[in-house]
Design a protein. Structure first.
Length: 406
């Protein structure tokens, strides 16, 4: 029996470690949706959550879009800011409501301009600079593909002469997503359309969920969803913490170690909010690494380039002037400052097809870079001052696109 003692002790220690890690995972997960486990493969969709989504956002073609006439509020460290959606589904543009519009803006939350009030957005500041109603069709978390589809939907009734699509570099990842949950864990309602390149052309795949009742059958259709979303196999499943923890934890230690450490520190010290914030910074940095890697992926670049080309072609066919606006996020600057960033070169090449304004160099040159952004629960967004700098660079380019008054 004495010869078996070390083996018994080892088995006991391994079992204790597994139980301890499982209990730690269970304790930390409810407050941090990015700490995923096997149960997140097929999450539940509570009926009240679906009902709210249906009333506020669900769109059968775009995935989600804010309802006309609604409003919302963002909580900031220094207080709160409100945003309003007008009767046409655009962000309200104070002082320009109902006025003629020569410019339209589409894009993600950096076009919608989260974390600033309606007068702090760059479309509003551009309206004041050029004395025209810049209609803001931006929607939070949109990829370039969704912004393009919304443009195509609005285009027949759009009076604008110039059309801007504003995006963050992470859009190269967003256009790869079919279910956002596989890239942004816990974002379980966000099923989106996705384009693929088939035979050199773009093929559109509508969202897997288009109506509230589709949530009841989505689990039986996940094989098709996974086939269209590369992040399930490449990112979601490898990031999943599960038994045996001692096997899976080291494989993603660069991610899991800091997250567990920050959350545990917050739990033990009574500083849960600070712990979650630090853990979320790890998630943002990880997503930035994925984004950076995709700009070295030929297939990912080809898809985004094809979508940008379609944007230019659609605009010109309708007699509109296209402009692509690129706004870096704070997490992008680690690679930018180190000279490793690939996205500036990609967007520079796009200038062969249309006007491109990449704000990276201008933001990089600002001494007080922190003043360019405001921190929020969903990550930093550009401040009113940052939006002013965008307009300083954007206004002359857009002015040149507008026909002189007759």
């Amino acid at each position: 029996m004495s010869g078996l003692a070390p083996i018994v002790w080892l088995i006991g220690l391994l079992a204790a470690a597994e139980i301890g890690l499982a209990l730690l995972h269970r304790a930390l997960k409810p407050g941090f949706q990015w700490l995923i486990g096997p149960e997140d493969e097929t999450p539940a969709f509570p009926s009240d959550l679906i009902d709210k989504y249906q009333q506020t956002s669900l769109d059968p073609d775009l995935g989600w879009a804010r309802r006309p006439g609604t409003s919302g509020e963002d909580q900031l460290p220094a207080g709160s800011v409100r945003f309003h959606i007008d009767d046409e589904g655009c962000r309200r543009n104070p002082g320009f409501d109902g006025r003629p519009s020569r410019i339209a803006a589409f894009g993600d939350s950096f076009t919608f301009c989260r974390l600033v009030d309606d007068e702090g957005t760059w479309p509003h500041q551009l309206s004041r600079r050029l004395d025209t109603n810049v209609r803001n069709f931006g929607v939070g978390n949109y990829g370039f593909d969704q912004a393009l589809l919304r443009l195509e939907t609005e285009l027949p009734d759009l009076a604008a002469e110039a059309v801007i699509i504003g995006i963050v570099p992470e859009t190269i990842a967003r256009v790869q997503s079919y279910w956002k949950h596989y890239f942004e864990y816990g974002n379980i309602l966000a099923f989106k359309p996705r384009f693929t390149l088939d035979g050199g052309g773009l093929r559109l795949h509508p969202p897997a969920v288009r109506r509230p009742e589709d949530f009841a059958t989505i689990h039986s259709r996940l094989e098709d969803v996974c086939a269209l979303d590369p992040f399930h196999a490449r990112k979601f499943r490898p990031d999943m913490l599960r038994f045996p923890y001692l096997w899976h934890l080291p494989q993603r230690w660069r991610r899991h170690g800091p997250i567990l450490g920050h959350l545990s520190w917050g739990l033990l010290t009574g500083r849960a909010v600070q712990g979650r914030r630090r853990a979320f910074e790890v998630v943002m940095a990880e997503n930035a690494r994925w984004t950076a890697a995709l700009y070295d992926d030929a297939e990912a670049c080809d898809l985004l380039a094809a979508l940008i080309e379609r944007f230019a072609d659609v605009c010109r066919a309708a007699g509109r002037q296209p402009l692509l606006l690129v706004i870096p996020q704070p997490v992008d600057f680690a690679d930018i400052d180190a000279g490793r960033a690939r996205f500036p070169g990609f967007f520079k090449a796009m200038r062969q097809n249309l006007t491109v304004l990449d704000m990276t160099e201008r933001f990089q040159a600002v001494d007080d870079r922190d003043a360019l952004y405001v921190d929020g629960a969903l990550g930093p967004h550009v401040s009113a001052r940052g939006n002013e700098i965008i307009v300083e660079a954007l206004a002359p380019l857009v002015q040149d696109m507008l026909a002189p008054p007759s």
